[in-house]
Design a protein around this ligand. Structure first.
Ligand SMILES: [Zn+2]
Length: 83
């Protein structure tokens, strides 16, 4: 389980970033008082769903893995084809 927070201040595009406190770099995680506790979740998607109940626009933080998965981590194309 990980502790998830949502930024209380929106970005320039109007979205609030959702962060995993244990994985987010100190320079990226909102300053004290700038993040609202969401709860403990197994997956970032669950935290994003809860954050959407509070703010109309939310997105994951790329720094701590709550955003889109990094394409560089995918190695599917290297797997042998089995038919
Ligand atoms: Zn983050």
């Amino acid at each position: 389980m990980a502790s998830y927070f949502v930024a209380t201040h929106a970005h320039a595009d109007g979205t609030h970033a959702v962060h995993d406190r244990g994985r987010c770099p100190p320079g990226t995680f909102p300053a004290r008082g700038g993040a609202e506790y969401l709860g403990e979740f197994l997956e970032a998607g669950q935290a994003l769903a809860v954050a959407r109940l509070r703010y109309p626009g939310v997105r994951g933080c790329a720094c701590c893995g709550t955003g889109e998965p990094a394409p560089a981590g995918r190695r599917d194309h290297l797997a042998p084809q089995r038919g």
